[in-house]
Design a protein around this ligand. Sequence first.
Ligand SMILES: Nc1ncnc2c1ncn2[C@@H]1O[C@H](COP(=O)(O)OP(=O)(O)OP(=O)(O)O)[C@@H](O)[C@H]1O
Length: 330
Amino acid sequence: MADDTMTAGLSATVRVDGRLDATITADAGDVVAVIGPNGAGKTTLLRALAGLVPAAGQVSVGGRSWTSPPVLVRDRNLGFVFQDQSLFPHLSALDNVAFGLRSRGTSRAEADATARAWLERFGVGDLAARRPRELSGGQAQRVAIARALAPAPDLLLLDEPFAGLDVGVATALRIELARHLASYDGVALLVTHDAIDALTLADRVLVLDEGVVAQTGAPRDVAARPVTDHVARLVGLNVIREGETFRSFSPSAVTVSLGQPEGSARHRWHGAVLGLAPHGDAVRVLVAADRELIADVTPAAAAELGLAPGREVWLSVKQTAVETWSRDPA
Ligand SMILES: Nc1ncnc2c1ncn2[C@@H]1O[C@H](COP(=O)(O)OP(=O)(O)OP(=O)(O)O)[C@@H](O)[C@H]1O
């Protein structure tokens, strides 16, 4: 079947009954962060693109259709890294990385040499002979990423590759992955719950909400103008939606007071403090008004106002600190 949407990158529409109905396009070389709350369909999207979950629609990658006619999972030129599994337990790190190359017909000697080079690149060359159970979580994840990248896939699917790693290990791996993704010329999709991943690793962000695409755009734009509560919370912005009009303001622009604030050029809300948490040099206050809002105050102000869960407060923000926009038509 002719497919005029076919591009060198990724062009796909995938539908999984009751779980997902998403269209995604990306240029070759793009890293797309896929974000959204639990159950939004992020893993289902990756699995549907890989052919691991039966889906209606079409998928074309690298100028080739994977759906008409259907291409078997093993014949799709893709690499994936999932948070929990990934490595074959009975194979050494080297054999794990060489496996994908050999299954694509590369000779043993060549596959081993390429695999060794990839392990070196990820700083785990000296662990080539080890089995996965003899690797730390961070080392195993490096091997898994090396294995996914080694065959130069057209599509790289990374499902929360840093989940479960401790912060230092995750940070180091994030930096290494960024370096490799910069020179990778396929399309990479990265599922993440971390705003930093989305902002530092991705060229574009795709926001999923209840199985549909709620927003796509450059990370900076999505972070500045989130249209879902999930992303608003992730980037720490207050966002109020009225139909297709959105108003946002930073927690640092919010004034907290015990008495009702004066002045007409202010938006104001009344509610009870739900919780307090340190946020940089400030104290972040979560307040249940007619919606949940966040305000950043100085520790001195928090003490002076006696802020504690249950305390009734007023929040106000100057009209000039509020940005208003309409969602672009999809
Ligand atoms: N094997 C399955 N069979 C039926 N429904 C499923 C299956 N796996 C997931 N779902 C449902 O599909 C929806 C999307 O799940 P999915 O795992 O894709 O979400 P997610 O965005 O990856 O979530 P999380 O961040 O929690 O991993 C959820 O409602 C989930 O309950």
